[in-house]
Structures are given as C-alpha cells and as structure tokens.
Ligand binder design. Structure first.
Ligand SMILES: *Cc1c(COP(=O)(O)O)cnc(C)c1O
Length: 394
C-alpha cells in the first residue's frame, strides 16, 4: 500500500487531506519526500510559532527528553511552574494557570471555572455562557456547542449541554445577558470564522460593562495568543484584563499544550479538574523555549519589523488584485485576504499548493496567513512570489 492508501484504510477520514508527504523542515521551508521545498505561510495552523527545527526548541526538547519526560500531576513539575510564571509575567496578568493538552480542553477548563463560579458565588445559580456567531471554540461536545456556527450543531452528536447561546455582534451581547448568565466567551480576532478582528473600543466597553455587572469575560486566545497579534496576548493589544484567558496553538511550538489563565485563583480546588498529560515536562519545557525566543524578538523590535514587512506585501497584493479580493484583514501575523467568493478562495488554495506555498482557508471566503513569527524576509519574499504566480491565472 502506498501512503495515501494506508491513510485511507487505517485513519478515520475526518479531514479533507492533502497527500504530499512532508519529511523535513527548517524555519519556514518544508521539504517533501522528493526534496521539493514549500514555503510555509501556515505554520501548522498557527502552531509552529518559532518555525520548524528552531535550534533553541530542538535542544530544549532533546535535553529534557534525556532527563525526564513525564511524571504525573500528583508531583510538582518544575518547568510547569516556571512556564506559568513566565506566561503571567509576559502577559502582565495577575493570575494562575491550569495546563491542558489542546485548545478545546483549555476552553473546557475555562467553562468549568465559570460554571463553578456561577454555582458558588451567587445565591441563585448562574450557568449560561454567551458566545458569538462565526466563533470557533473546539471539537469536544461542549466546545462544539459553544461554537457559534449552526453547521457544527448537527443532530448527529446531540444532545448537547445546555446553557449556550449566540449573538451576531458585540453590541448584541448586552441585551442577551440575563440573571442566569455567568460568562461571555469571545475571540478578539475570530480565526476560523474569517480572521475578523473586533473593534478595540467595542471590546473595552464590553469588558468594562461585564466587570460592573459581575459577569465573567472569557477570551479564547487559542489562536491569537503567544505574540500572534504582535503582543503576548491579543488582550494586551486590546488593553483588557479578562477573567479567564485560554491558550494553546503557538505555545508549545508544535508540542501539544493548552492553558487556562484566570485571576480567580480560588474557584477550582483539589479534585475539581485534572489531566493525565497536561503540563508535563516535554510540553512545558517547549513552552519555555518558545517564549524565550519570542519575548526576545518582541524586545528587539524584530517581531514588529517582520509584521510590518509581511503586512505591506499583503496589502500591496490586496490593492493590486482588487478583482480577486474585497479587502485585507487581521492584525499582527494573523492575516487574511477576503476573496470575492468561495470558489475564488478554493482556487487560490489549490494553486498555491501547486506553486509550493502552504496557506490556509478561514470562514467561507478568506485566504488565511499564519506564518511563523520567526519567518525571514527572504522566506516572505519567496512566499509572495509564489502567491503572485498562484493567483496570476485567476
Ligand atoms: C484551534 C482553536 C481551538 C481548538 O483548539 P484544539 O487544539 O484544536 O482543540 C479553539 N479556539 C480557537 C480560537 C482556535 O483557533
């Protein structure tokens, strides 16, 4: 059996998969089994935040693997405690952290904290969570229900947990809050929904209002976190301090890790929540290496140079090709080109792969760019050269 046949026989076919066999990668260049090079403008899906085979990350992982890979959360884990401290300090966030293995799991943890807060802090239980249309919060039964897209709530997986409702814009959150609402869960820039940032003033006004009325603000930063939007958290860019923040994608640089940050340190107590793997030596050592690299790039100004360089190129294309794109969207290195329709987006994705450039879809018609935050100017130039070829025939 060749690889494609093997995959089709033994892997549950839950993805619409491309069958190029990638075997090696360095920085933002990925090589297939024939040695052909691809420029990576996707970094997984915003996961390889410091590029492929980053020497700081690779040596941290190798060194740690030779010492101790795993114990259990019944023991203290040094890199876990240090990573939690580092996240809080870099985010300027006065809180504590629970480590999980993925974004969905981080959001599950956030919802559990909110539910217990609603149970214990009020005379009459509050449990309802309001989320936004076009949001994405994960693939577990609860986070699917939290995701504000009808297509995800198929009867196939019903019944879903109660207590989730959706609004179509930030301004509609206010009138949806009732005396059973415990939290509002939002992304600041909707990723899967189409790289859609919300206006800063609307978010700040909402954050202030929620604080006044005692409803928790949960910000899902699984995609926006870890310098993706130019600062440690998008919450730093928006200058808000949510009650709960979730992280995952870019934090481990490719190692699976999720995190729930909260300032409400006393809500969960021993036995309330847990994870076998969450925050083990490998994932948290990786997180420390990733943050060492990225905080350095932030302080030196290199990160904002890269963001400017990438963004200028993208905006040029959006201007030159207004026949294909309605607009350029996003912040930091979380960006998109809104194609004029779904067919155009699909054609661009297919052509890009033919030109050996990896880009991503988002929403119905957005071509999404989530390059590594360490991508070089040469790699950016080469990637856009390939992108221009990919769209030339359209
Ligand atoms: C990717 C993503 C998730 C889900 O993360 P997994 O690691 O796939 O569980 C949740 N929320 C947002 C905003 C995401 O982008």
């Amino acid at each position: 059996m060749n690889l494609e046949e093997l995959d089709k026989q033994y892997i549950l076919q839950t993805y619409g998969r491309n069958y190029t066999n990638f075997v090696e990668a360095k920085g933002s260049t990925v090589f297939d089994e024939d040695g052909a090079d691809y420029i990576d403008f996707a970094s997984g899906i915003g996961v390889n935040s410091i590029g492929h085979a980053n020497p700081t990350l690779v040596s941290a992982i190798c060194e740690q693997a030779g010492k101790i890979i795993h114990i259990s959360n019944l023991q203290v884990i040094e890199p876990q405690a240090k990573l939690a401290e580092k996240i809080c300090k870099l985010a300027n966030y006065d809180g504590a952290i629970f480590f999980a293995n993925s974004g969905a799991e981080a959001n599950e943890g956030a919802i559990k904290i909110a539910r217990k807060y609603g149970e214990t802090k009020f005379e009459k239980k509050k449990y309802k969570v309001i989320t936004l249309e076009h949001s994405f919060h994960g693939r577990t039964i609860t986070t699917v229900k939290a995701t504000g897209q009808d297509s995800f709530h198929t009867p196939n997986f019903a019944p879903y947990p109660d207590g989730f409702s959706y609004v179509n814009e930030i301004e509609s959150v206010y009138k949806s809050i009732d005396d059973e609402t415990v939290a509002v869960l939002i992304e600041l820039v909707q990723g899967e929904g189409g790289v859609q940032p919300f206006p800063k003033d609307e978010i700040q006004k909402l954050a202030m209002h929620l604080k006044e009325i005692g409803v928790l603000l949960i910000v899902d930063e699984v995609q926006t976190g870890i310098y993706r939007t130019g600062k440690m958290l998008a919450s730093n860019v928006y200058e808000i301090e949510p009650d709960i923040v979730t992280l995952a994608k870019g934090l481990g640089g490719g190692m699976p890790i999720g995190a729930v940050l909260t300032k409400h340190k006393d809500i969960l107590s021993a036995g309330d929540h847990g994870s076998t793997f969450g925050g083990n030596y490998m994932s948290t050592t990786s997180g420390l290496a990733v943050l060492e690299v990225l905080s350095g790039l932030d302080e030196s100004g290199d990160l904002s140079d890269t963001i400017d360089y990438f963004t200028n190129k993208l905006q040029d294309i959006a201007k030159k090709q207004s026949n294909l794109f309605d607009k350029e969207v996003g912040i930091g290195l979380m960006r998109g080109l809104r194609a004029k329709d779904n067919d155009t987006m699909k054609a661009i994705l297919a052509n890009s792969m033919n030109e050996k450039l990896i880009v991503l879809p988002a929403g119905r018609n957005t071509v999404r760019f989530l390059p590594s935050l360490t991508i070089t100017k040469e790699e950016i130039d080469e990637g856009f050269k390939r992108f221009e070829k990919a769209i030339a025939s359209l």
